[in-house]
Design a protein around this ligand. Structure first.
Ligand SMILES: C=C1C[C@]23C[C@@]1(O)CC[C@H]2[C@@]12CCC[C@@](C)(C(=O)O1)[C@H]2[C@@H]3C(=O)O
Ligand SMILES: O=C(O)CCC(=O)C(=O)O
Ligand SMILES: [Fe+2]
Length: 342
């Protein structure tokens, strides 16, 4: 049995936040929290105008709420219950699924954890690829997740189509966008996150600020238990602010990742986000990431590139980009940016 060191402090029965998990206030309050004025777009993606609304939201916010997303509420509840069952197992059983031999799947800390001196107030299972997923979670709790993967991929396809239309691309140009041409080949992953209640939420963070690396993330969160915040960049006159992305009935949260930022030549904004914790609710989230097939180099779509200045970013595959993030974390996007030409 793996040893349970202080690094594996039991968050579920904590009466205080230990030093290992206590974040400095300058880190937690790097930006103010936005007041009521800031409202994230809520978009009915079956609306005839959905493409322009989704495009607008991804340009200005990098995040939106999707309604009419087609994922049955029942399926979302089943995934959440499955996650609760997994997280409620004894720690040594969860640790048995820790990723091995280069696999990404299993129980453990997300890669961003390596960049912070303190631990986050959460636990996670990464499920990368359906086979891996079955192997990992069926050891712990049987659950047939196939329909969830299928439905999420279908939704990602719908979202992509809307984004492509909003960019004014035609059929041939759409072909440049791997996942639309071959949705079945797109790579995807699921991250189940558990944020136990926290006795001193003002000293801890559930998930530290980051951008996601893939094209798009679609997130389901526990009804009534907020925590997700996105960083809203203001114009020069105002500083950036954290905006709450509270759960809304029948909505999934969709956010832009770094590879879509690159693909759109910077038009769609990869949004920085984090999850805060609270005293009252044990919050669960299930994030579905969709990105290009492993071999596909993602560069900016030709039509979106200004021929005088050239593309803003150099092409990268998803695994290559994850490797860059492992070294550079939030400097990764900048590191694949070409120097500006005048
Ligand atoms: C497919 C992936 C996206 C992810 C890295 C990973 O290989 C598996 C874990 C994912 C996750 C979940 C929490 C936040 C995040 C930034 C992290 O550290 O691990 C994302 C990664 C990502 O978007 O790059
Ligand atoms: O739980 C959340 O709200 C955020 C999770 C997240 O950012 C992630 O899994 O990448
Ligand atoms: Fe994220």
């Amino acid at each position: 049995m793996p040893s349970l060191s202080k690094e594996h402090f039991d968050l579920y029965s904590a009466f205080h936040v230990p030093e290992t998990h206590a974040w400095s206030s300058s880190h937690l309050h790097d930006h103010p929290i936005a007041g009521d004025g800031a409202t994230i777009p809520v978009i009915d993606i079956s609306d005839p105008d959905a493409a322009s609304m989704v495009g607008g939201a991804c340009r200005s916010w990098g995040v939106f709420y999707a309604t009419s997303h087609g994922i049955p509420a029942d399926l979302l509840h089943q995934v959440e219950s499955h996650a609760r069952r997994l997280f409620s197992l004894p720690l040594h059983r969860k640790l048995q699924t820790a990723p091995r031999d280069g696999s990404l799947s299993g129980y453990g800390r997300p890669p961003i954890s390596a960049f912070f001196p303190k631990l986050m107030w959460s636990e996670g299972f990464t499920l990368a690829g359906h086979d891996d997923h079955l192997a990992v979670t069926s050891q712990l709790s049987p659950f047939d997740s196939l329909s969830f993967w299928k439905e999420m991929k279908k939704l990602a396809g719908r979202l992509f189509r809307l984004l492509i239309i909003s960019l004014g691309l035609d059929e041939e140009e759409m072909g440049q966008v791997g996942p639309l041409k071959e949705l079945s080949q797109a790579a995807d992953a699921i991250q189940l996150n558990s944020y136990p209640t926290c006795p001193e939420p003002e000293r801890a963070i559930g998930m530290a600020a980051h951008t996601d690396s893939a094209f798009l993330t679609v997130l389901h969160q526990t009804d009534g238990a907020g925590g997700l915040q996105v960083l809203r960049d203001q114009d020069e006159s105002e500083s950036a602010r954290w905006v709450d992305v509270l759960p809304r009935p029948d909505c999934l949260v969709v956010n832009v990742g770094d590879l879509l930022h690159i693909l759109s030549n910077g038009r769609f904004k990869s949004v920085r986000h984090r999850a805060v914790v609270n005293r009252a609710d044990h919050r669960i989230s299930a994030a579905y990431f969709i990105g290009p097939p492993a071999h596909m180099k993602v560069g900016s779509i030709t039509k979106l590139v200004d021929m005088r200045t050239g593309p803003m970013y150099r092409p990268v595959t998803w695994p290559e980009y994850l490797g860059i993030r492992t070294r550079l974390f939030d400097k990764a996007l900048d590191s694949v940016k070409f120097q500006e030409k005048n």
